[in-house]
Design a protein around this ligand. Structure first.
Ligand SMILES: [Zn+2]
Length: 378
């Protein structure tokens, strides 16, 4: 397995993690601003009592299955995914155009739509994306993040200052081996895992071919291992044995409440996913957790950008008002983790300036026009 594991990425992996300077001063300023806003917001919103006793914090495991079509998830082809969809809240997301890996991971991990983040090239991109990511928001609220991906180009969405554990491995079975220890009760609060198998099989042998469906079955097994590792934490509180329910002020006592959010970046047709149709754009979107409404069918279509907003909401982090996506508040009732759930928070998502301020263009233009008029009048 070609895996590079970097615990505490910021202090030990300078070679693997390009300096933030690559992203440019505007991005660094935006990130700093985001950090200040969100730390301030999280602390301000946190109940006074929660500062005295650190509460059990819910965990979110976000799984992106590259190239998984919505109609590939059936009880026969992907029994674990189908069972999770049945026991949690599930729906169909419509991938942003173009339905490719980089565009839709940008949407999924920033909470912005493609027309806002403008990541259209499906290739290796330098540095990190020019917008705050899910990991920036979570880190600024004091949470710990892990990022495990089976394609190296996804590094573009893993800000070195926000992700403390960064792993790349093309062998997804090895990637699962690596992630399981991170699911210990004291592991990271937000774990992102990317599994490439269906996309690779689709390009090699066509989407929905026997090889593609075998790859779907393989990632279904991977998800089964994740779900088994999280089993106690995913269980509805009403089903948990009384002595297994953690008290809010005793971290690590019993299973840690966890949410498993599973989606995909795009589907495919033939040996590619360049066309704009249901086969390339309709992907599954599934959430399972202790207080998720069982068997709830989510109203569609869900947008990829909704993933960031929903993950933050599940984590108890204020959802920035500036996101294009919205949190799908899909629970019957929430636990009292001692942390706020703030959908629609007034906190603003800072965005770097992609264009010069309008006065920088308008003033020289008006001056030139005025000069021409004076010359014309002379
Ligand atoms: Zn592909």
């Amino acid at each position: 397995m070609e895996a590079r594991v970097c615990a505490r990425a910021t202090d030990r992996c300078a070679v693997l993690h390009p300096p933030d300077a690559i992203a440019g001063p505007a991005v660094r300023r935006a990130r700093l601003f985001a950090a200040v806003l969100f730390v301030a917001g999280a602390v301000a919103a946190r109940p006074v009592g929660a500062l005295a006793a650190e509460p059990v914090h819910p965990r979110v495991v976000l799984v992106s299955i590259d190239g998984l079509r919505a109609d590939a998830v059936t009880a026969a082809r992907a029994p674990t995914l189908a069972a999770l969809a049945a026991r949690g809240a599930a729906g169909t997301a419509l991938a942003d155009r173009p339905p490719v890996t980089m565009t839709n991971h940008a949407s999924m991990l920033t909470g912005l739509s493609a027309s806002t983040h403008r990541v259209y090239l499906d290739t290796d991109l330098p540095g990190t994306i020019a917008f705050p990511t899910l990991f920036d928001f979570a880190r600024a609220a004091g949470l710990r993040c892990a990022f495990l991906a089976s394609k190296d180009k996804l590094r573009h969405f893993a800000p070195p200052g926000a992700v403390e554990t960064l792993v790349f491995a093309s062998d997804t079975a090895g990637l699962i081996d690596t992630v399981l220890p991170l699911l210990a009760p004291d592991g990271p609060d937000l774990v992102f895992i990317h599994l490439r198998d269906p996309d690779s099989a689709g390009h090699a042998d066509e989407w929905m071919s026997p090889a593609y469906l075998a790859a779907v079955a393989r990632v279904d097994d991977h998800v089964a291992r994740l779900a088994a590792a999280l089993a106690g934490g995913l269980r509805p509180r009403s089903e948990a044995p009384r002595d297994a329910v953690p008290a809010p002020d005793t971290p690590g006592a019993g299973p840690r409440p966890s949410y498993l959010l599973i989606t995909a970046d795009h589907g495919g047709e033939g040996r590619t996913h360049v066309l704009d149709n249901a086969a390339t754009r309709r992907v599954p979107w599934i959430v399972v957790g202790p207080d998720i409404a069982v068997g709830d069918a989510l109203p569609g279509p869900i947008r990829p950008a909704d993933t960031t907003a929903t993950a933050l909401w599940l984590l108890g982090v204020a959802v920035p008002a500036g996101l294009d996506g919205r949190a799908l508040t899909l629970v019957k009732g929430r636990f009292d983790f001692g942390l706020p759930s703030v959908p629609g928070s007034p906190s603003a998502a800072p965005r770097p300036a992609l264009a010069p301020p309008c006065f920088a263009v308008a003033v020289p233009l008006l001056a030139a026009l005025a000069g021409r008029r004076r010359r014309g009048n002379a």
